[in-house]
Design a protein around this ligand. Sequence first.
Ligand code: BJW
Length: 230
Amino acid sequence: MASIVILTGAGISAESGLGTFRDEGGLWSQHRIEDVATPEGFARNPDLVHRFYNARRVQAAAAQPNAAHHALVRLEAAYKGEVTIVTQNVDGLHAAAGSQRVLHMHGTLAGALCGNCDHRWAAPPAMAPGHPCPACAAPAARPDVVWFGEMLYHMDEIWDLLRNADVFAAIGTSGQVYPAAAFVQDAARAGAHTVEINLAPSAVVSDFAETRFGPASTVVPQWVDDMLRG
Ligand code: BJW
């Protein structure tokens, strides 16, 4: 059975009103990565980190999927093969649009994680330092997202998918964060056709066989039409 693997990044949600990280005015121009996206930053100032993620959790909950998310739902429903979305996004918009096969490699804003016992539960809208874990009672609740230096989620399944992919598409990701930035090389090595869909070329654009540039809400539906025409 043919298999399409789609890696998504912050750019696919930009037109839903959610900021990207590295574009002009993006999240990393307002916050230092080492303060809000590392375990060391959380240990130093959990209040700051909780406020950063609480604000993004509220924004994500209010956001609506855009035409790009919806087009991927259409692809999954109509493609005569397997379609899997591997997303770096924590906003939940693929699931909100109706995509069924979604792997959240960087976690999700909707989740809370105990830093003591690894128990996971649904995050309340606002988390705060010292919130107890419902399983072990340690005051170690944190957002269930993957920070720099931490292990990604679902990696065994993702490597497997990349090894067996016929098509690999990367949508709206800058190619600056690993291991996601190297997926194109893994998929190409396995024989997949590779396509980058982005507003502007990513850092790894030269690794792709095909490129389509423009806003995701326009270019992704066009690409899906082409995939379904065969
Ligand atoms: C549009 C658009 C529109 C705009 N339409 N497009 C190899 C070499 C060097 C370093 C490393 C390496 N391997 C590992 C590392 C270390 C590190 C790393 O990558 N460092 C780099 C700084 C070099 N990686 C890690 O530490 C990772 N862990 C790890 O590797 O563990 C070991 C391990 C390896 C292998 C297997 C298993 C374990 C963890 C990385 C965690 C990243 N976490 C964050 C925060 C998550 C929570 C949160 O959301 O806050 O993830 S950082 C941030 O960057 C977030 C994003 O998911 C990620 C990627 O960003 P993304 O999505 O690409 O967004 P932007 O803003 O960068 O780009 C937006 C794009 O959209 C642009 O291209 C625009 O053009 C485009 N765009 N509008 C279409 N309308």
